[in-house]
Design a protein around this ligand. Structure first.
Ligand SMILES: Nc1ncnc2c1ncn2[C@@H]1O[C@H](COP(=O)(O)OP(=O)(O)O)[C@@H](O)[C@H]1O
Ligand SMILES: [Mg+2]
Length: 401
């Protein structure tokens, strides 16, 4: 009989640490390699579709970095973080201050006065106010001020034996320059880090974001091409998927749920190895399994119902926002054999020829741009397109059934 203490271990949800982080050894090794740099020549970009595990992997890099003597500062980048150059500078100093605020940089003796002639010692800490004060006192442009603060902070950190500091920013695809407002926050970030790294300061950027991120960096500053090592998180291999499914269940001592190999393979297939889908399906399967055990029945998993629930949960909202004509176009794309990889405007135009109202090339271009803004497709650096949501093609085909 199942007992209530067996809590469902699976964690579908953005940024939710999975019970077992499967695969990703190569990426972790690569990150460790970057940490071995004395002079930072390569920074990290961790990219991939939604739900592939960028946020949770970045989270595991933090203890890895700290264990080899690095410090870690970071945050989630909302669009508001890149409104202006000043807001980016403030963002960086806010994150820095969390690490540095307890560091005493000077102890000043203050003379006593009046009835209390004893001298007292006032400690000066490298907290937010101190960073801001340095920033404001430095003459020049935002970049000059920020570099000065970062250089000063490094002098203090180095004295304390730090190896370096990782600046980790999640959802970094949100950053943009705004030429119409004469604000260049993304350029600022890249320029400042390139400049201090040249001076030998080991402050490393670790940016994560959707596949639009790296092309955006290169478009903003061509030197980004050389400045970043891009790690692309793809679906998990079959073996890693099986680990993600079975290990959390095996790990729960006395866990009454057992999944047959056949069932595990069905989950691997239905999820296609996408981490979010694995967590989602496993959570449902686990609940079903627990209940069935209660009633002493054999385990029958309603995979179609689970996939339908996943559709409602993950895809339906995005689909609902598309117009009728956009849906027509998405159906054409979903009918392409290579829709899960990349496709060209030409292929879409060709495939639409047997529609009642076919699409012309310029129309397709225009609509793909709109779908890009809606977060459903993206254009890669070679001018080809991909779905921006994993397994979107299969979902669309299910809708037409
Ligand atoms: N390597 C992995 N093994 C198992 N589950 C994972 C793995 N990586 C991510 N997940 C799960 O996938 C979901 C999405 O992870 P998240 O880091 O939010 O993705 P992203 O930031 O790429 O959108 C979460 O529910 C998480 O628990
Ligand atoms: Mg994320």
């Amino acid at each position: 009989m199942a007992k209530p203490e067996f809590k469902n271990p699976f964690r579908p949800g953005a940024g939710q640490m999975p019970p077992y982080l499967a695969g990703r050894d190569e990426e972790t090794e690569e990150f460790k390699r970057l940490l071995r740099q004395d002079t930072i020549l390569e920074n990290m970009v961790l990219t991939g579709l939604r739900g592939t595990g960028k946020t949770v992997l970045l989270e595991t890099f933090k203890p890895t970095a700290i264990s080899v003597g690095w410090l870690w500062a970071g945050a989630d980048l909302s669009e508001s973080a890149s409104v202006s150059e000043d807001t980016v500078a403030l963002r960086l100093m806010t994150d820095l201050a969390i690490v540095t605020s307890s560091m005493v940089v000077a102890a000043q003796e203050e003379p006593g006065f009046g009835f209390n002639p004893q001298r007292s010692v006032v400690e000066q800490k490298l907290n937010y106010d101190a960073l801001i004060a340095r920033y404001k006192l430095t003459p020049g442009l935002v970049a000059d001020k920020l570099k000065r603060v970062l250089e000063d902070v490094w002098t203090e950190l180095k004295r304390r034996g730090a190896k370096g500091m990782v600046f980790a920013y999640d959802e970094a695809q949100n950053m943009s320059d705004h030429p119409h407002k004469e604000q260049y926050p993304l350029s600022l970030l890249l320029d400042v880090f390139q400049s201090i790294q040249r001076k030998g300061i080991p402050f490393m950027l670790a940016l994560t974001g959707l596949p639009t991120l790296f092309p955006k960096l290169v478009e903003t500053r061509t030197f980004s091409e050389r400045m970043f090592r891009v790690l692309f998180l793809d679906r998990l291999s079959d073996d890693a998927s099986r680990d993600a499914i079975s290990k959390p269940i095996k790990a729960a001592a006395g866990c009454p749920v057992k999944l047959s190999d056949t069932l595990v393979n069905r989950i691997v297939n239905a999820s296609a190895g996408y981490p979010y889908f694995i967590q989602f399906i496993c959570r449902e399967v686990y609940d079903v399994a627990l209940q069935k055990l209660d009633r002493g029945q054999e385990l029958m998993v309603p995979m179609n119902d689970i996939v339908r629930k996943l559709d409602a949960d993950f895809f339906a909202g995005r689909w609902a926002k598309a117009s009728d004509r956009q849906r027509d176009l998405l159906r054409v794309i979903a009918s392409l054999e290579n829709c899960d990889e990349e496709f060209t405007v030409h292929e879409v135009v060709q495939a639409s020829k047997n529609l009642e109202k076919p699409f012309g090339a310029s129309h397709v271009n225009q609509m793909l741009a709109a779908l890009g803004n809606a977060g459903l497709v993206y254009k890669n650096r070679h001018g080809k397109y991909s779905f921006a949501v994993p397994l979107l093609g299969q979902f669309i085909l299910r809708q037409s059934e």
